[in-house]
Write a protein that binds this ligand. Structure first.
Ligand code: KG4
Ligand code: ZN
Length: 330
């Protein structure tokens, strides 16, 4: 008894097979398009859709031997790029019809939360920091489908700000890993960028102003900018971007009693951020939960793991509700 899950919300084509009873990941493959988009400095939706259309069937072919044991098809249906989501959804619908199986449509953000539970038991309640390319949210996760957003970004997301800084420095896409590796060689105290919303009582995030501070610094250095300057900019930026997350999280920790805290999403792979959050959890006596590094970025294993809980609760998606409207507000 297994579930086949599909992820195509952005630039990763991925399929997984998860055993329902044991939550074991039987099969998992991901083809990333990062290199195809690198020359454009970001994801080109139409190119991403075309690449999914060739990658997904190639991966699906490898799963054929498992199809007899399938009980449901799970697929990411929102949020994401509508032209790429539809590639996964169309495949899920075709499989569901040909194999006479129900569909479980999965919200991508709920999938990231369930990356914590791949091959593990579900653990709620938890307070979760979700940091990805599209989102920065603090979520009070009380149980299955019981998610309350405590804070979110008013403009750019944490991961997106790394992508934009990388682009301004000519370091390519995606920016997160390259900015982190540059930051390792830099002096994080050389440039004193201001922490966003430092004096605001608002519990919210904002990264567009920090991005502008970095832009002004790059302009001030001009053509003379050395490799060491780049390292120092990355280190100073990473320190301030993380300090912004921590500053507002401290307020949330003060307001609530938090026993279990987690970080998920592509940017939760950032080791500097992980160590800062670790300190925060230690200071507040909270247990820190992390997804394995390979499951931080987009993948179908987290979609399949969510689908296991949905299947056990008999939460299936009617066929006419699988394609979500691009205007749906999350
Ligand atoms: O979750 P994800 O794979 O895709 C979305 O759902 O958006 O997250 C991708 C984002 C990108 O913005 C990428 O630059 C960022 O996560 N990211 C990082 C790191 N690795 C990936 N940001 C900071 N540090 C990293 N090590
Ligand atoms: Zn994601």
């Amino acid at each position: 008894m297994m579930i086949l899950s599909i992820e195509s919300s952005c630039d990763d084509s991925s399929i997984a097979i998860t055993e329902i009873a044991t939550k074991k990941l039987i099969y998992h493959k991901k083809i990333s398009q990062e290199l195809d988009h690198a020359e454009y400095g970001g994801v080109v939706p139409e190119l991403a859709a075309r690449l999914h259309a060739t990658a997904l069937p190639k991966i699906l072919e490898e799963t054929k031997n498992y199809h007899k044991g399938l009980k449901a098809i799970a697929v990411t249906n929102q949020p994401g790029l509508s032209v790429t989501l539809v590639e996964g959804v169309a495949m899920a619908q075709a499989l569901a019809i040909s194999l006479s199986l129900p569909v479980i449509a999965v919200n991508h953000l709920h999938g990231h939360i369930y990356s914590l539970f791949i091959e593990k038991e579900t653990l709620f309640p938890q307070t979760i920091l979700l940091v990805s390319g599209g989102h920065t949210q603090v979520i009070d996760a009380k149980g299955f489908e019981e998610f309350e957003i405590l804070a979110s970004t008013m403009d750019d997301s944490f991961g997106e700000s790394f992508d934009k800084v990388a682009k301004m420095l000519g370091l390519g896409y995606p920016g997160g890993p390259v900015v982190e590796s540059y930051a390792k060689k830099g002096d994080r105290d050389r440039f004193s960028f201001t922490i966003p919303l430092l004096h605001s009582p608002k519990i919210a995030y904002s990264y567009s102003g920090l991005k502008n501070q970095v832009r002004l610094q790059i302009e001030a250095l001009g053509e003379e900018m050395s490799e060491q300057d780049r390292y120092d900019i990355c280190a100073s930026f990473q320190k301030t971007a993380s300090a912004h997350l921590i500053h507002k999280l401290k307020k949330i920790f003060k307001q609530r009693s938090i026993k279990d805290f987690a970080i998920v999403g592509g940017a939760s792979a950032n080791l500097y951020l992980r160590s800062e959050i670790e300190k925060l959890c230690q200071q507040n006596g909270a247990n820190l939960h992390l997804a394995a590094l390979k499951f931080c970025s987009d993948n179908a294993a987290m979609i399949g793991r969510y689908a296991v809980d949905a299947y056990q609760k008999e939460c299936f998606t009617p066929f006419d509700k699988i394609v979500s409207s691009p205007r749906v507000k999350i």
